[in-house]
Ligand binder design. Structure first.
Ligand SMILES: CNc1nc2c(CC[C@H]3O[C@@H](OC)[C@@H]4OC(C)(C)O[C@@H]43)c3nc(N)[nH]c(=O)c3cc2[nH]1
Length: 377
């Protein structure tokens, strides 16, 4: 099982900056990974995604196995060729989406059977099937173990049972993944907001040396409604138990303030649908938080969206024009804001990486907290 080289160039406290060297290209960390659920970053062409500075995008087992079908993607040459992205792709294992999207799901030790939310067709996901879809059929560079994203809130016993299931499924995922020279598999650590369970889950995952062990460690079960401070507390009791020489990926996170606080606690990789999903509804992201371009105050504002961001979407269109597009429900409004928001998130990551490299991340965090005007839940 390959563990991609992870070169850490600089650290400041628990924060790190470096490069994860995959077979399809380098990933500068801390990294933000635009979400390309069904083989597309919604509303943005792949060359525009690349232009924002993104080094890696996400795909998803659940969505692609239902439509167009994992075997069909394989027949089309795999996800990179099918979708036209030649850089690294990380795919989620599908467990989270089964719980958040599918109907009539039945969970057993073997795996989960469920009905498609699209047409009611019956499907099954086991650790072995999820690895086959991700690594063999989609051709992901980074696959995720099949896990159960524990509900929140949940009792200690329920969290322990769920975490132990994910550990058993991780073991089976690793065995099914086996030895591969140019792909890697990440574990997903669970344990809800119970420090001792997070420690147990991290230590047990790290101890797995089946097929050479995991190439990285994801922190799952967060950004599920626990709120910003509970998320930060859980991170503080989890990252110390993850090996310093492997990348740490916080799944589904998050808003800029969440990302800054998570990097401060040792996280290296992030994914979130916010830039594109909120962009489609008129949200524009900044260091102070989001604002909505639909507000009347922007109707005749001739400034560019954000001239601090080096992206055509941010520089070449006035706030008044995007205000008009979103108010009119024009496709181009969603496209411009999706592209701009991804460029803003990638610019934030570049500033974070530079500040850690310069040893000024502490003051970057202090200033970012002071600037952030949104109530952190
Ligand atoms: C938003 N909060 C959040 N998302 C989480 C995810 C899914 C992350 C995937 O879901 C989408 O974000 C909603 C993203 O787009 C695709 C491509 C579908 O993949 C990303 C998780 N996934 C797994 N396997 N396990 C977890 O414990 C887990 C926890 C999460 N918390």
């Amino acid at each position: 099982m390959a563990k991609f080289p992870f070169d850490i160039h600089a650290t400041e406290g628990a924060a790190r900056t470096g490069v994860l060297r995959t077979a399809r290209g380098d990933i500068r960390t801390p990294a933000f990974m635009p979400v390309g659920t069904a083989g597309t970053v919604k509303g943005v062409y792949m060359d525009q995604v690349r232009q924002t500075g993104a080094d890696i995008i996400l795909g998803n087992t659940y969505h692609l196995m239902l439509r167009p079908g994992a075997e069909r993607v394989a027949r089309m040459g795999g996800l990179h060729k099918f979708g036209g992205w030649d850089g690294p792709i990380l795919t989620d294992s599908g467990g989270f989406q089964v719980w958040s999207l599918s109907k009539l799901r039945k969970m057993t030790e073997e795996g989960v059977t469920f009905q498609s939310h699209l047409d009611g067709s019956k499907h099954m996901l086991s650790p072995e099937r999820s690895i086959e879809i991700q690594a063999d059929l989609l051709g992901a560079d980074i696959s995720m173990q099949l896990d159960e994203c524990t509900d929140f809130p949940v009792s200690y016993d329920k969290a322990a049972q769920s975490m132990e299931l994910s550990l058993r499924w991780g073991k089976r995922s690793l065995a099914a993944f086996g030895e591969r020279s140019d792909q890697t598999l990440f574990a997903i650590v669970q344990g809800s907001n119970f420090p001792e369970l997070r420690k147990l889950s991290a230590e047990a995952s790290v101890a797995e040396d089946t097929a050479g062990g995991y190439g990285g460690f994801a922190i799952g079960g967060l950004a599920v409604g626990e709120g910003h401070s509970a998320m930060c507390e859980t991170l503080s009791v989890t990252t110390p138990y993850l090996p310093a020489d492997r990348p740490r990926y916080l799944m589904g996170v998050g808003k800029p303030i969440d990302i800054v606080e998570a990097v401060y606690r040792g996280v290296d990789m992030f994914d979130c649908v916010i830039p594109t999903r909120s962009g489609r509804h008129g949200q524009v992201w900044t260091d102070q938080g989001p604002y909505n371009i639909k507000r009347a105050e922007f109707a005749e504002n001739q400034e560019p969206l954000d001239d601090a961001i080096q992206c055509p979407a941010s520089q070449d269109y006035t706030k008044a024009y995007v205000h008009h597009l979103i108010r009119s429900g024009e496709l181009l409004g969603a496209m411009i804001l999706s592209w701009h928001n991804i460029a803003y998130f990638e610019d934030l990551m570049a500033r974070i990486r530079a500040s850690i490299a310069a040893g000024t991340f502490e003051s970057f965090v202090t200033e970012f907290r002071a600037n952030w005007s949104q109530p952190t839940t």
